[in-house]
Each structure stands twice: as structure tokens, then as C-alpha cells.
Design a binder for this molecule. Structure first.
Ligand code: PLP
Length: 383
């Protein structure tokens, strides 16, 4: 069955819920046991406590597992907590962590602060390192973390080469797959141990809930679930419902996000005051070949670099846009734009231009172009 069909069917069992098409929202902490034997664990109970699972959470876990080709998935209250869970599951105290330099900034902070306090040392590596990652692996390395394409500058990583190097040394791998979603890249199929999603972005898709998922194969499943349980993580039932609802239209939305983003990226690239566009789906992008080899599609999120401008010019451009909202997160139906920072410690990212990141929503591209063009005009850019 194709992913488009799986997205419709996965996690739904209408016959279990009086024919209701969608799994209902179960609000539950306590789940009552029918007998002493049951509470003693002598009788199988599908659900035992709200934090562990409800039919609502199980529906989303099953659906994500199906799309990720995973043995199991756990849900967390945000993408950030899914990232930290994958790291905590993947390394032990005193071990060494290899982290991609283009990682989402809060992940960097988690490593530099929290993991450092726990005695885990982090080394940042060039996102373009590929098979040479082998030279960075020490006897003590526990986990290699990837994010492909990376945050802000969207470098595609050579995931198969990195996974091969990791496996050769018995090192675990995790990948933040938020940009591609399991529809456009399946980390577990490439041998990655932990596939992480900020479901907040495209899966929820409507800018109204925070949620994370971590999926894994059978060999890591018990360990992941135990770590998740011991950290006391769970996701709120209404937010899980919103993610399930979002999932049903994910393939359709992603197709449009991708088509519109590619058109916008090409249009931007042709403007004289746009220096560079960072989007692996663009044939001219440095990561295009890797993206084409490993991904089956793109997201609607990319960045571009403008000729330098003053803060006043930037304000004139951004403060008066009508369609592009200014705000964090992405993957919703509405277009967003933010100035972007590029914190790096392994390979500096050099620019004196103005970097902007856009999340292309589901508005018509002609309207989006007109909105940006008016903004460029207010900032004093002219073609
Ligand atoms: C947004 C994001 C996260 C964090 O997700 P939240 O739900 O906001 O906590 C993690 N990784 C990437 C790549 C993201 O873009």
C-alpha cells in the first residue's frame, strides 16, 4: 500500500468505536482494572494508566509506526522533548556524542548544557562530512545525531554513509526528520536507530498543537519505551487528536507545500538582490544530488540570502507583509518568514547578507510573490 493510502487508514479502527471514523479523544489518568488478577498483572490489559497509553495515543503511535516502517513509536509533548528523549536513549553517562553542526538550535543548547552536566561530551561535525565521520568516532562515542537537511541552511547529509560508519563501530544513530516527514524520507529504512519528528510542524500542520514522536526498530523498542516511561513523558489527548487529523491530509498538503516552495525558490533565485537560495530541491543547490538520491520529496521550508540591508530596511520589509506572518515554528497552512541566525562551531557560516527563512503555506504563489515583492520594494531593493 502507498503512503497516501496508509495516511488515511493508519491507526483507525472504527469497529472498536461504534463505527466512528476517527478514534475518540480519551481523557484518562486512572484506568480501572476489572479484578485483582488484572491489577496483579495476571490478566492482559491493553491499557493500564493514562500516561502510558490510551486508545487515542495508541492510534497515533500506530499510524506513525506504519509510515516510519517502525516496530514502535512513542509520543512526547513537543518536538524538543522528542529530540532530548532520542539523545537520552542513545547515549550513556560519560559517553561521547557526535552532533551535526547545522542542528536545530535548542538541540545544541540541550547538548551544551544538559548533556554536558550529565557528563556527555558533544563534538559538532560538518553536515557535509559523509563517510569521513568515521574519523570522528572514538572508542567512547555512543551516538551520532543527524538532521537532514539541517536547520537554517538546509544541507542534506549523506545519511547512508554516516549510518554505515556508525554501524561499523557499534555506534547508535538518531535523525531529526522533521523537514522531510516519514513521507519523504524514512530514516529507519536507512538503518537509523531513532527517527525523531517535531509533529508540531507538518503532521499537526495547522499551527495549533505541539507534539513530538520518536520511532525505532524492534531492537531499540523496549529501551526507548522504558526511557520514555521513566522520563514520565506523554502527550495531551486533544493534541494527539489534532495530529491524527492533520496526518490524514499530510500527503496532499506536502505536495502543495513542495510545489509552491519550489516555484517560490526559483522565483527568488532569479531576483538580482537575492544572493543565494538554500533549498535542496533546487537543481542548483549543493545538496541536490543527495536529496534526489535519498528523498522522495521536499518540504515547504527554505532560506535565502539578500544583499545586505539595514535593520530599518528589514523592518520596512517585514513589518508590513500581509500574507507572510513573522513567527517561529513552521509547517502550518499559512506562510511564515523570519530573519535567521546560523550558529555554528565546526564550520563557520560566512555571510554579510541578510538571511531569511520562509515556510511556504497553502496560499496561491502569485499572491505570495506579490506580498514579498512589495516588501522588497519597501526595503529599497529593486531588480
Ligand atoms: C521545531 C523543531 C523542533 C522542535 O519542535 P517543538 O515542537 O517546537 O518543540 C525540533 N527539530 C526541528 C528540526 C524543528 O524545526
Amino acid at each position: 500500500m502507498k503512503d497516501e493510502t496508509k495516511a488515511i487508514l493508519a491507526g483507525r479502527k472504527p469497529q472498536d468505536f461504534h463505527g466512528a471514523v476517527n478514534t475518540p479523544v480519551y481523557h484518562a489518568s486512572t484506568i480501572l482494572y476489572p479484578s485483582l488478577a488484572a491489577i496483579r498483572g495476571q490478566e492482559a490489559m491493553p491499557f493500564t494508566y493514562g500516561r502510558r497509553a490510551t486508545p487515542t495515543s495508541a492510534a497515533l503511535e500506530d499510524a506513525i509506526s506504519e509510515l516510519e516502517n517502525a516496530a514502535g513509536t512513542v509520543l512526547t509533548p513537543s518536538g524538543a522533548s522528542a529530540v532530548s528523549l532520542a539523545i537520552l536513549a542513545g547515549v550513556e553517562a560519560g559517553q561521547h556524542l557526535l552532533m551535526v553542526d547545522t542542528v536545530y538550535e535548542p538541540t545544541r543548547k540541550f547538548c551544551d548544557n544538559f548533556m554536558a552536566r550529565m557528563g556527555v561530551e558533544t563534538t559538532y561535525y560538518d553536515p557535509l562530512i559523509g563517510a569521513d565521520i568515521a574519523d570522528c568516532i572514538g572508542d567512547n562515542t555512543g551516538l551520532i545525531f543527524m538532521e537532514s537537511p539541517g536547520s537554517q541552511t538546509f544541507e542534506a547529509q549523506d545519511v547512508p554513509a554516516i549510518v554505515a560508519a556508525a554501524k561499523a563501530r557499534g555506534v547508535k544513530t538518531a535523525l531529526d526528520n522533521t523537514w522531510a516527514t516519514p513521507l519523504h524520507f524514512k530514516p529507519l529504512d536507512h538503518g537509523v536507530d531513532y527517527s525523531v519528528q517535531a509533529a508540531t510542524k507538518y503532521i499537526v500542520g495547522h499551527a495549533d498543537a505541539l507534539l513530538g514522536t520518536v520511532a525505532c526498530a524492534q531492537e531499540n523498542h523496549a529501551h526507548l519505551r522504558r526511557t520514555h516511561g521513566q522520563l514520565g513523558l506523554c502527550a495531551a489527548p486533544d493534541d494527539v487528536f489534532l495530529a491524527l487529523r492533520g496526518l490524514r491530509t499530510l500527503p496532499l498538503r506536502l505536495q502543495q507545500h513542495q510545489a509552491s516552495a519550489l516555484e517560490m525558490a526559483k522565483w527568488l533565485q532569479a531576483l538580482s538582490f537575492v544572493r543565494r537560495v538554500f533549498y535542496p530541491a533546487l537543481p542548483s543547490d549543493a545538496g541536490h544530488a543527495l536529496w534526489q538520491r535519498d528523498f522522495s520529496g521536499a518540504a515547504g521550508l527554505f532560506s535565502f540570502e539578500l544583499e545586505p540591508c539595514s535593520e530599518t530596511q528589514l523592518g520596512a520589509m517585514l513589518d508590513n507583509l500581509t500574507l507572510f506572518g513573522m513567527g517561529y515554528s513552521w509547517g502550518g497552512f499559512e506562510s511564515l518568514i523570519v530573519p535567521c541566525e546560523t550558529p555554528r562551531t565546526a564550520v563557520p557560516f560566512e555571510t554579510d547578507g541578510q538571511m531569511l527563512r520562509v515556510s511556504i503555506g497553502l496560499e496561491h504563489v502569485e499572491d505570495l510573490k506579490a506580498d514579498l515583492m512589495a516588501g522588497f520594494g519597501r526595503a529599497g531593493y529593486s531588480a
